[in-house]
Design a binder for this molecule. Structure first.
Ligand code: MLT
Length: 397
């Protein structure tokens, strides 16, 4: 008889964003005329940059000719995109070997898949609130999870607690869901802690492109000592609008060893066995992001989302609502007006303003009473959503 992985019984029945979608669909059923604006899941709305579209077309043309046709590609990605990424990192002052970079179909998949190379006995440290993927994927494997409190008192940027011994540490900066961003000094504390404890930091850099202050780190490898203790995950989703196109990358430095083995070799072995690489056409599109024109065009899209973030934070400022994020991040994390609970505010916002957001509680205990909005919608919808927000909650807080 086949047995199930009973760890699945320990995770919530549905993934946070599926739950939000389910509740929204139910509301729409009973209010068919409601003009719903979605500022919930962080999904982009700007079309792909013209340079990317051109590169995708040229990838399709390559597949149409025998001399440039591609079958199976290297599981870890084509050299042309790995070399572009190597240069991109060099611009941040980080020297990488191209074979320390692995191309994937997105950060979420790799953040889950990386666990294949770690023992199930490892103790995992996650901040709370946290991107649910870190918790769910470890729960599926049956790992012990320890939570580190992130709240207003530490500006939602918890620092290492030397009394806690953890083997795997998740850090996302700029953070999802809070939008808070670690500075160099704070990240250095994490790197030192990980090196002292032989832990490994799983650093989620998916929102690095939103950092607008040069003094803030955009890669953990900008911190001395990080190559011996950190794996970095990044994605073209939020940077270049690839949420539907799917492309990301993971950096596993050669210097990172545990139990006397190079984790780079383990990850390569895992990927060559369980993954057949990202579609050639998509890799061509993603590589074009690093051309001068590509960089300029994606910057325009990022600035567009940053202006939306400002529309949201200006409204919260006017209403005197506490928030963080929005400056170096597409996410704005705020205290629910009128001391409402997160799901209570979710319903109230949907009911009174027909706007969908994400309840902070869905990201963990410390998210209770908080709420997340994203700036990835269109300018028109963001403006209209915040007009309705102000009208509905203007006098309550
Ligand atoms: C989010 O809304 O938190 C993100 O879109 C989720 C993701 O990137 O998977």
């Amino acid at each position: 008889m086949a047995h199930i992985n009973s760890n699945y019984l320990n995770i919530k029945e549905s993934y946070l964003f599926s739950e939000v979608a389910k509740r929204t669909a139910k509301f729409k059923e009973s209010h068919p005329d409601a003009d719903i604006i979605r500022l919930g899941i962080g999904d982009v709305t700007r079309p792909l940059a013209p340079t990317v579209i051109e590169a995708l077309h040229s990838g399709v043309d390559d597949m149409a000719k025998a001399e440039s046709f591609k079958g199976y590609g290297p599981e870890q990605g084509y050299d042309f995109i790995k070399n572009s990424l190597k240069e991109y990192y060099a611009e941040k002052g980080v020297e990488l070997d191209k074979d320390e970079i692995f191309i994937s179909d997105g950060a979420k998949s790799d953040l889950g898949n990386i666990l294949d190379i770690f023992s199930k006995d490892n103790v995992v440290l996650v901040p709370d609130p946290v991107y649910p993927v870190y918790v769910d994927t470890n729960t599926m494997d049956g790992r012990e999870i320890v939570y580190l409190k992130a709240d207003e008192s530490n500006s939602f940027l918890p620092l290492p607690d030397k009394s806690i011994k953890a083997d795997l540490i998740y850090i996302c900066s700029p953070n999802n869901p809070t939008g808070a961003c670690y500075n160099r000094e704070q990240l250095t504390k994490w790197v030192n802690y990980a090196n002292e404890n032989n832990s490994v930091i799983l650093f989620d850099a998916a929102y690095e492109c939103f950092v607008s202050d040069d003094s803030l780190p955009r890669s953990i490898y900008e911190i001395e000592g990080a190559k011996t203790c950190a794996i970095e995950f990044c994605s073209f989703s939020k940077t270049a609008g690839f949420t539907g196109t799917r492309c990301g990358y993971t950096v596993v430095p050669f210097a990172l060893e545990r139990d006397g083995y190079k984790l780079n070799k383990f990850w390569l072995r895992r990927q060559t066995t369980k993954f057949n690489g990202v579609c050639y056409i998509v890799q061509k599109g993603a590589a074009s992001v690093f051309t001068d024109e590509g960089k300029k065009q994606i910057r325009e899209n990022i600035n567009y989302y940053k202006e939306n973030a400002k529309i949201i934070t200006d409204t919260l400022d006017r209403l005197g609502i506490w928030y963080c994020g929005g400056k170096h991040s597409p996410y704005i994390w705020f205290r629910c007006p009128g001391n409402m609970g997160s799901w209570e505010f979710f319903d109230a916002l949907l009911e009174k303003a027909n706007v969908v957001g994400t309840p902070g509680e869905g990201f963990g205990e410390n998210g209770k009473g908080y709420f997340r909005l994203t700036s990835f919608s269109t300018k028109e919808n963001t403006t209209e959503a915040m007009r309705r927000f102000e009208k509905a909650f203007g006098n309550n807080d």
